[in-house]
Design a protein around this ligand. Structure first.
Ligand code: GLV
Length: 316
């Protein structure tokens, strides 16, 4: 089989995959056009529309990431070709650490201490016990479920929400619209790990933010489209030009994903004193386990064995 690899670190993937699949011919997207046209499979992260459309007899695509939104929205995506995506593959633990950092940031008042430091002010806040700090996790796929378990293991009560009903040990699981409202009404930190689909777009808008308890915090290592960024700024309060002393309904947010990435230099999000911005770094794809999953997917495709593929209509 001929496998074309495309990603920021394509050479590394090519070499590692070639070792793992000695019978395969593995090459990167910098190969000549006639070679690219012969590819049986693509193992890709954010390919161009041209690249997706090139292979004449494509048998399968492996998405070198967890989210398939970029791939499914790519106008070059050929119809009918099965897609496999990475599931967790080491990303969940990295994202879990990011989320735990974010929760502790607010629960242990690091945001407030930072502002106090600017004023040289020594003042200790009473610690709210973890057991009184409910955390909501929206999205209970491979990543969300693991992150929820990590947060629960830390001692926080965790409420999880998914589109369809799920049962996860140690997590209070909710689903559907009523379940979402109930969850929003009681969490002190809300974590977003839903896929980017037509149904999840702006799921966190003015109405949803208004349901959060006063002083709740938001952590988004998922997708920027989940949040209406204008409504988010509104909920943070009026002090975008100040030092962030006046906490609005929403105490603050740690954001790793944005509607437009890279976040444009003139975005007002950059300078809001109660926003913490990171450049989509919460869950990079580590090669190790991901490599196993990609090699296994290609092997199963080629052997004609059943394999869990992406539901293009659902969007994940
Ligand atoms: C990263 O954002 C991914 O979807 O893997």
């Amino acid at each position: 089989m001929k496998v074309l690899v495309h990603s920021d670190d394509a050479e590394q993937w090519r070499d590692a995959l070639a070792k793992r699949l000695p019978d395969a011919e593995v090459f990167t997207s910098s190969a000549p056009a006639e070679k690219r046209r012969e590819a049986d499979y693509l193992a890709v992260w954010k390919p161009s529309a041209e690249l997706l459309g090139e292979p004449a007899r494509l048998k399968g695509i492996v998405n070198l990431g967890a989210g398939v939104d970029a791939l499914l929205n790519n106008p070059g995506l050929p119809a009918g070709v099965p897609i496999v995506k990475l599931r967790d593959a080491g990303m969940a633990e990295l994202i879990g650490d990011y989320v735990r950092y974010g929760i502790l940031h607010f629960q242990r008042d690091f945001d407030r201490y930072r502002r106090q430091q600017a004023r040289h002010e020594w003042h200790e806040h009473t610690v709210i016990d973890k057991s009184d700090w409910p955390v909501g996790v929206l999205g209970l796929g491979a990543i969300g479920a693991k992150v929820a378990a990590m947060v629960a293991a830390d001692g926080f009560p965790v409420h999880g929400w998914s589109r369809s009903p799920k049962q996860l040990e140690g997590i209070t699981c909710q689903h559907g619209e009523a379940g979402l409202d109930a969850l929003l009404g009681r969490v002190k930190s809300l974590v977003l790990l839903l896929p980017d689909t037509a149904e999840t777009r702006h799921i966190i808008d003015q109405a949803a933010l208004a349901k959060l308890p006063e002083g709740a915090s938001l952590i988004n290592p998922g997708r920027g489209s989940l949040i209406d960024e204008v409504d988010l700024l509104d909920a943070l309060g009026p002090d975008s030009e100040g030092q962030g002393e006046t906490e609005g309904r929403l105490r603050g947010a740690l954001l790793d994903a944005f509607t437009e990435e890279p976040l444009p230099a003139d975005s007002p999000l950059w300078s809001h004193p109660r926003l913490w911005i990171t450049p989509h770094m919460a869950g990079p794809t580590p090669l190790g386990e991901a490599l196993d999953q990609v090699a296994e997917a290609l092997r199963a495709f080629e052997a004609g064995e059943p394999i869990e593929t992406v539901d293009r209509d659902a969007g994940y």
